[in-house]
Design a protein around this ligand. Structure first.
Ligand code: NAD
Length: 260
C-alpha cells in the first residue's frame, strides 16, 4: 500500500492536482501541496486534507517558473519526511489565441509552467528516488500531448514536449525501481477550462454556449467531462506496485478524443 509514502503534487491548490493530492492522502501518503492562491484558502485546504485523512500535509509555495524554488520544494519534501516516493508534475496554465497574435510572455509562461517545471522537479527528484531504489513520476500531460487544436500553440507544444521528457526519463530510470508515465486527460471541468470558454468565444467569434457544445465537448466522443475520480483511478494504478512495468507510456483518459 501507499501508507507512509511521500508524494509531491505540483499545482495542487486547485482542480486535478488538488483531487490527486487528496486521493493520495486518502491512501495514507504524506503530501507536499503546491500551487498559487490566497494564503488563507490554501491553509484551510492543507489543514482539511491532513485532518480528513490523518496524514501530514506540507505546503510549499514554489513558483513553477523558478527552477531554484522547484529544487527547494523537492529538498523540503526529503528533509521533512525523509523520503520521496511519488512526484506528480501537474501544475499548468493555458492561453488561447491565434499564433500570429499569441503574446510572447504567455508563450514563455506556458513553456515554463507546463514543461520546464517538470524537468526541474524530475531532475531534483531522480537522485533521491535512485538512492531509494523506488519511485514513481507521473506527468499530467493532456490529449493535447498527442493531438493539436487550433489557438493553443504554446499549450500543445508544451504538452507534446512533456511526452518526450516522459519517455526519455522512463528509459533512464527503468533499472532503478522508478517509472515515469504521462496521463493524458480530455476535458475536465476545472477553473482552467472554465476560464478558456470566454477566450475561445472571442478567438472564434461565437457565443460561450456554442463553445461548450461545438468546441469543448465536440472533441470528446462521450460528450461528458472526464471526472477527477476517473483520473485518480489511473494515478493510483501507476503509483502502485502493480504499475511497476508501466513505463514511458501515455495513458489517455479522454472519452475517446484521441481515437478520432
Ligand atoms: P487549475 O487551474 O484548476 O489548476 C492549476 C494548478 O496549477 C493550480 O493549483 C495553480 O495554482 C497551479 N499553478 C499555475 N501556475 C503556477 C505556478 N507558476 N507555480 C505554481 N503553481 C502554479 O487547472 P487544472 O485543469 O486542474 O489543470 C491541472 C493540469 O491538468 C494542467 O497541467 C493542465 O494542463 C492539465 N489538464 C487539464 C485538463 C482540463 O480539462 N482541465 C485537461 C488535460 C490536461
Amino acid at each position: 500500500g501507499l501508507q507512509g509514502q511521500v508524494a509531491i503534487v505540483t499545482g495542487s491548490t486547485s482542480g486535478i492536482g488538488h483531487a490527486m493530492a487528496d486521493a493520495l492522502a486518502a491512501q495514507g501518503c504524506n503530501i507536499v501541496m503546491n500551487g498559487l492562491g490566497e494564503m488563507n484558502a490554501i491553509e484551510r485546504a492543507r489543514a482539511e486534507m491532513a485532518e480528513t485523512h490523518g496524514v501530514e500535509v506540507l505546503y510549499h509555495g514554489a513558483d513553477m517558473t523558478r527552477p531554484i524554488e522547484i529544487a527547494d520544494m523537492v529538498r523540503a519534501a526529503k528533509a521533512e519526511f525523509g523520503e520521496l516516493d511519488i512526484l506528480v508534475n501537474n501544475a499548468g496554465v493555458q492561453h488561447v489565441a491565434p499564433v500570429e497574435d499569441f503574446p510572447e510572455d504567455k508563450w514563455d509562461l506556458i513553456i515554463a509552467v507546463n514543461l520546464s517545471s517538470a524537468f526541474h522537479a524530475t531532475k531534483a527528484a531522480v537522485p533521491i528516488m535512485k538512492e531509494q531504489g523506488r519511485g514513481r513520476i507521473v506527468n499530467i500531460a493532456s490529449a493535447h500531448g498527442l493531438v493539436a487544436s487550433p489557438f493553443k500553440s504554446a499549450y500543445v507544444a508544451a504538452k507534446h514536449g512533456i511526452m518526450g521528457l516522459t519517455k526519455t526519463v522512463a528509459l533512464e530510470v527503468a533499472q532503478h525501481g522508478i517509472t515515469c508515465n504521462a496521463i493524458c486527460p480530455g476535458f475536465v471541468k476545472t477553473p482552467l477550462v472554465e476560464a478558456q470558454i470566454a477566450d475561445q468565444a472571442k478567438a472564434r467569434g461565437i457565443s460561450e454556449e456554442a463553445v461548450m457544445r461545438d468546441v469543448i465537448l465536440a472533441s470528446q466522443p462521450t460528450k461528458q467531462f472526464v471526472t477527477f475520480d476517473q483520473l485518480n483511478g489511473m494515478l493510483l494504478y501507476l503509483v502502485s506496485d502493480l504499475g511497476a512495468s508501466a513505463n514511458g507510456a501515455a495513458y489517455q483518459i479522454d472519452g475517446g478524443w484521441v481515437a478520432q
